[in-house]
Design a protein around this ligand. Structure first.
Ligand SMILES: C=C(O[C@@H]1C=C(C(=O)O)C=C[C@H]1O)C(=O)O
Length: 364
């Protein structure tokens, strides 16, 4: 390619960038107008709700539907995710609590869902994320709920039994783990490997093959593990990209998770109900009486009405020995007439039924 061709292309890119800049600014001004209209329509004394997850899901879907490349759909949606995040921040920056410390996968999930223009607050434990949301100190919380290799995150499920919380969204993240060390650590001097118990479990086979005799130490998070090894010459951590970058660690081995499709699903929790988008999921908790056929009775209405169950999980109810609650996720919104009818049918048989929330299916 000649110098001249290159120069002409750069002139074109500069002119396109100017147009993009103008268009983004126009869009941001529109979002400000939306804020003004929302405020004007507000009954006196009521708090405005600027963030609309159902609208954001629709915007991202529309972008993906219309995209014709060369950028992939996910990449394009990610760019729009950030534009929307900045536009919303002009109205009101969202405050989001997540399972910290900084550098956890939960933080990465929060950024993937809300974009980077939020005020994010790391919390030391899942239960604290719930409490922070309940206290109204933040607008939303982000917690892990299940991993494709290791299953349910029980702390999160149990927290739903203790707090009244609305699920307003979900996001899925591919989880890649690396073996990380500080500057002066040599491969053969490692005598301890730190990570979160879930991450140690997700890399169990790799660890058995490569470090069978090295002590595995479970700590509160993989970011915490990364933080520790920064100052220790004889230990390694298992953590992801964000933690590696944040603590300036070296990767001794990359992508050491046992399953290449290892993914975690996260939930956004808040207090705001989300209206239907036409492509939603609902999460409920049900407890049935302890009699034969109870689970069958619970599942029949879903089957008879052709409702797609995406997940069912059992946990001790905490209100009696050997009694259980079921966490069920299914496709649909609790305001859909069919879903409404099914929930009514179930509640006639159930000891208790609570809708945790209906929310747009993960777009990104
Ligand atoms: C602009 C609005 O407010 C917020 C910003 C959005 C955007 O930038 O597209 C979308 C939904 C809301 O979170 C709106 O409600 O349309």
């Amino acid at each position: 390619m000649s110098e001249q061709e290159l120069k002409a292309l750069r002139v074109r890119i500069d002119s396109l960038d100017e147009k993009i800049l103008e268009l983004i600014s126009d869009r941001a001004r529109c979002a400000q107008e939306v804020a003004r209209v929302k405020m004007a329509a507000l009954p006196a004394g009521e708090e405005p709700i600027f963030y609309r997850p159902e609208r954001e899901a629709q915007v991202l879907k529309r972008v993906m539907d219309r995209n014709q490349g060369p950028l992939g759909n996910e990449e394009m949606a990610r760019l729009f995710r950030e534009i929307m995040s900045s536009c919303l921040a002009l109205e009101q920056p969202l405050k989001v609590a997540y399972l910290g410390p900084e550098g956890t996968f939960t933080q990465a999930a929060a950024m993937k869902h809300f974009g980077h223009a939020v005020i994010s607050k790391p919390m030391a434990a899942i239960d604290e994320v719930f409490r922070e949301v309940a206290a109204g100190a933040v607008n939303f919380g982000v917690v892990p709920v299940e991993n494709s290799t290791e299953g349910a995150v029980n702390h999160t499920l149990d927290s739903f039994l203790e707090h009244d919380m609305v699920i307003c969204g979900e996001v899925e993240l591919r989880i890649h783990h690396h073996l990380l060390v500080g500057e002066n650590t040599k491969t053969d001097s490692i005598s301890r490997i730190y990570s979160h118990a879930q991450s140690l479990a997700q890399c169990r086979k790799w660890l058995d093959a490569h470090y069978p005799n090295v002590e595995r130490v479970a700590v509160a998070s993989n970011a915490e593990a990364a933080k520790r090894v920064k100052g220790e010459w004889n230990s390694a951590a298992i953590a992801g990209d964000m933690a590696a970058g944040l603590y300036g660690l070296t990767r001794l081995a990359e992508k050491i998770e046992d399953r290449p499709d290892n993914s975690t699903r996260f939930l956004m929790i808040g207090s705001q109900e989300v209206p239907p988008t036409g492509d939603d999921k609902t999460s409920i908790i049900v407890s049935m009486s302890n009699k034969p056929g109870a689970l069958h009775e619970l599942l029949v209405p879903f089957h008879e009405n052709g409702i797609d169950l995406t997940r069912i999980e059992t946990r001790p109810s905490r209100s009696g020995k050997w009694t259980y609650v079921f966490f069920i996720d299914f496709i649909g919104h609790h305001r859909d007439p069919l879903i409404k009818a099914v929930l009514e049918q179930i509640s006639q048989e159930a000891v208790a039924l609570k809708v945790l929330g209906s929310y747009p299916k993960a777009v990104l």
